[in-house]
Design a protein around this ligand. Structure first.
Ligand SMILES: Nc1nc2c(ncn2[C@@H]2O[C@H](COP(=O)(O)O)[C@@H](O)[C@H]2O)c(=O)[nH]1
Ligand SMILES: [Zn+2]
Length: 432
């Protein structure tokens, strides 16, 4: 399912067949606006608070010369990054209404109604409304710089992009309020949860760990095949945070910084689905006697919360969740197409010949999603109605869809045999 890409950069598009073409067109249309912006002009407009001016200049310039490998430039033109920065600059001045602040806490939040600069503003609002800005003494210009940098470091791939980062953060934010976590955890733990959610897929290339390992990519070699992607996301997160002008932790004590770093590393590494059952089983064994004074229990809780936020699309309304599934399948198919071309192993759940929306979701919801959500529900029954309920509905929806597909296949098979076509000749396969 390759797409004719309107942009000129064929080499990037080979990797990113599924770039958001609407956005590409919009950006191409707006390209002329950017002619008047010079790098120097941009640099003056963005109030970067930093003592190491020359380093910043180099950082900004890396877009034009692609000095760094990937780091958020996959499938994205320099103009698109600038557009976002400029729009956000204007919008960061804007206050978010009480109505939107309330809506932002709901799992029914619809990301498709919001553009990227608006999402940056909403992320900022989360830090404000959780009192992290005031209690952890986060300076507003630094928070802005950090958010731009986060935005820049997500690639424009079909699923693991900035919108996914936003949605995971938004679900985490919703859970924090729904469970009333500020009454159970301290500011540092809340900061770990939200910041890990924002950083957890930084610079994702759109190809999973299996691909990294089988294709012996730079990341697999660097991390010895051990969660290469999650190690990379985490490493990029701290690279960004280490820049003085982006260091939202710069007013924390050494001890607080250490806690944040340990917590974020633990949470982000936990998002590797290969560790799913191990983490779930550990969590289930501690929930009957969960103790908020026990460090290990709390560490597990934080990991489970991030994992839940990460895979939570199916607890969204159907019109929000289904486009996300389409994005995920696009990314899967993109990978399996390349794997076939390169002669690498192809996972059946990524193969366009074998997978449908329903087959993909039934297994995932039954065996990965629900067991995890229900384990958290044991500890916090308050999530039953708004979080677990919609997942059960989604399972029903996809089960019906699968049944309908099978019925259709049976009918077609019967028709074929009536017309003398043998079953093995039939092309109407229902993928499993
Ligand atoms: N079949 C589905 N797989 C899903 C869905 N949501 C997530 N996932 C898988 O889990 C990982 C999550 O980790 P991430 O950190 O990479 O985002 C993701 O890559 C998918 O493989 C879903 O709704 N259906
Ligand atoms: Zn993710």
């Amino acid at each position: 399912q390759s797409v004719n890409c309107p942009c000129e950069s064929q080499s990037l598009c080979r990797i990113n067949h599924f770039t958001n073409h609407r956005e590409v067109t919009v950006i191409t249309e707006k390209k002329s606006d950017f002619k008047k912006w010079t790098w120097e002009g941009i640099h003056n407009v963005i109030h970067i608070v930093d003592d190491t001016e020359s380093e910043d200049e180099a950082d900004l310039m890396c877009y034009t010369h692609s000095k760094k490998a990937n780091y958020g430039i996959l499938g994205r033109s320099i103009e698109s990054v600038l557009l976002i920065i400029l729009q956000s600059l204007v919008k960061f001045q804007v206050d978010v209404t009480d109505e939107v602040r309330e809506y932002l806490r709901k799992p029914t939040f619809d990301n498709w109604q919001w553009d990227d600069p608006e999402m940056l503003i909403l992320l900022r609002q989360m830090y404000i409304d959780l009192n992290l800005v005031s209690n952890l003494n986060i300076e507003m210009p630094i928070l802005h710089n950090w958010l731009y940098e986060i935005y820049r470091n997500y690639n424009q791939v079909p699923f693991h992009n900035f919108k996914h980062c936003f949605m995971v953060a938004q679900m985490m934010y919703g859970l924090i309020w729904l469970i009333d976590l500020p009454s159970l955890l301290d500011d540092i733990e809340i900061f770990i949860l939200l910041t890990s959610a924002i950083c957890h897929d930084l610079d994702h290339p759109g190809y999973n760990n299996a691909y990294q390992i089988n294709a012996k990519t730079e990341l697999a070699l660097r991390y010895n095949d051990i969660s290469p992607l999650e190690n990379h996301h985490c490493s990029v997160a701290f690279e960004v945070l280490e820049k003085r002008h982006c260091n939202v932790m710069r007013n924390l004590s050494k001890d607080q910084y250490k806690r944040v770093r340990e917590g974020m590393i633990r949470c982000i590494l936990a998002t590797d689905m290969a560790k799913h059952n191990e983490i779930l089983n550990n969590f289930k064994s501690c929930t009957p006697s969960f103790d908020f004074n026990n460090k290990d229990h709390k560490a597990l809780l934080l990991m489970v919360l991030l994992k839940i936020a990460d895979i939570s699309n199916e607890c969204r309304p159907l019109d929000v969740a289904e486009p996300w599934l389409e994005c995920l399948l696009q990314e899967f198919f993109n990978q399996s197409d390349i794997e076939k071309l390169e002669g690498l192993p192809v996972a059946p759940f990524m193969d366009r010949e074998k997978v449908t929306k329903s087959s993909s979701q039934i297994g995932f919801i039954k065996f990965a999603l629900l067991p995890l959500f229900e384990a958290l529900g044991q500890l916090f029954p308050v999530i039953e109605k708004d979080i677990i309920g919609p997942v059960r509905n989604a399972l029903e929806y996809y089960t019906d869809m699968q049944r309908a597909l099978e019925e259709e296949k049976k009918k077609k098979d019967a028709e074929s045999s009536k017309n003398g076509i043998t079953k093995s000749n039939s092309q109407n396969k229902v993928p499993v």
